[in-house]
Design a protein around this ligand. Structure first.
Ligand code: G6P
Length: 372
């Protein structure tokens, strides 16, 4: 069993450390010699993809947060509206679907009943269905018109880690492919983004190499009754994923909020010593999001919060307002979730281990939920 865990104590730790390879393998072989994206494996007529007027991403749990990240990138690159919906909500609300709707399901297992039923329903309504899935030959890809596999390798720990990063990677490839087909980005822009994606595995490795700082904090914080996570733009779903990891394996009350929403309610929760993780946007983004989030950090800190920030290397603005800063290497703003998620996974995993919990098999949860 130790060998199966690659020398780590738990599958979750191993899978966190598998992430450079999971992203690399998901990118592998999907470009031709001239740098163009080739997704012939999709088995979907490129003409059909050109005519899609709306994308609906369907997923549950961690996979739904990957879908939320994908929405920011796909809408930005492809200029097609993207909705993200929990599979179990979608089916029961009379959604508007036609044959120009592309359903993109995200599922690690390919067996989640809620997602399978939602895909079936959408198909009956005439939608095109594309599965992004980590499990070869599983039910959801078999029942979909098209499939784009993530190549994260088998994920054993109940709490998803490497599948999440692979799902983001694959949905970015889909977005770039659609942008290429529809002429929405210049070929040079696509190549630049792909080149930056190819640098991600090495950068994840850097985050992993610095993991001890995070594990140390996790051990110190094992008694925290509640932890809040703030993020904005693509950092918002990352914040929710960070909170979900803590709930799932460390049984700590945790919530992820959009940083801009703080003043509309969540700030009332802040009092002395409340831990708040903040996923800070890139200071190189074209807009002022970075400054806005830095002022959110100041606001919660002024009310007594213990602020822990995940920021881009070199971001000096957060230092004065952070009890601790975890730096991740610089990349394009849209690619940051592939890096900023990692410290949050390490944190949850180390904290759960410190509390003596079974990290791989948390209570009440199943790896794949095959009932509605
Ligand atoms: C379960 C697992 C989660 C997972 C979710 C969706 O709840 O415990 O880790 O994110 O199912 O699973 P899927 O296989 O569809 O991605």
């Amino acid at each position: 069993a130790a060998a199966e865990k690659g020398g780590y104590g738990t599958f979750m730790e191993k899978e966190i450390h598998d992430q450079p390879k999971a992203v690399e393998d998901t990118l592998l072989g999907r470009t031709d010699a001239s740098g163009r994206l080739v997704l012939d494996e999709l088995r979907i007529d490129p003409e059909e993809l050109k005519n899609i007027s709306k994308i609906i991403v369907l997923a549950c749990g961690t996979s739904a947060y990957a879908g939320m990240v994908a929405k920011y990138a796909i809408e930005h690159w492809v200029r097609v509206p993207v909705e993200v919906e929990l599979s179990h909500e979608f089916r029961y609300r009379d959604p508007i679907i036609d044959d120009s709707t592309l359903i993109v399901s995200l599922s690690q297992s390919g067996e989640t009943m809620d997602t399978l039923m939602a895909v079936r329903y959408a198909k009956e309504q005439g939608a095109r269905t594309l599965a992004i899935c980590n499990t070869n030959g599983s039910t959801i890809p078999r029942e979909s018109d098209a499939v784009l596999y993530t190549h994260a390798g088998p994920e054993i720990a109940v709490a998803s880690t490497k599948a999440f990063l692979a799902q983001i990677t694959a949905s970015y490839l889909l977005g770039l492919y659609m942008a290429q087909l529809r002429g929405k980005l210049f070929q040079g822009e696509i190549e630049d983004i792909l080149a930056d994606l190819h640098k991600i595995p090495g950068k994840i490795q850097e985050v992993l190499d610095g993991g001890e700082q995070i594990r140390k904090l996790a051990r110190e914080m094992a008694q925290a009754p509640s932890v809040l996570f703030l993020g904005r733009h693509v950092g918002y779903p990352v914040a929710m994923e960070g909170a979900l990891k803590l709930k799932e394996i460390a049984y700590i009350h945790a919530e992820g909020f959009a940083a801009g929403e703080l003043k509309h309610g969540p700030i009332a929760l802040i009092d002395q010593g409340q831990p708040v993780f903040v996923v800070v946007p890139s200071p190189h983004g074209r807009d002022s999001l970075h400054a806005k989030v830095v002022s959110n950090i100041q606001e919660v800190r002024a009310r007594g919060a213990k602020t822990i920030t995940v920021a881009e290397a070199g971001d000096a603005d957060v230092v004065d307002y952070s009890e601790q800063v975890f730096y991740v290497p610089e990349t394009q703003p849209l690619l940051m979730p592939l890096l900023t998620t990692v410290p949050l996974q390490i944190f949850a995993c180390a904290l759960a281990a410190e509390k003596g919990y079974d990290v791989d098999q948390p209570r009440n949860l199943a790896k794949s939920v095959t009932v509605e």
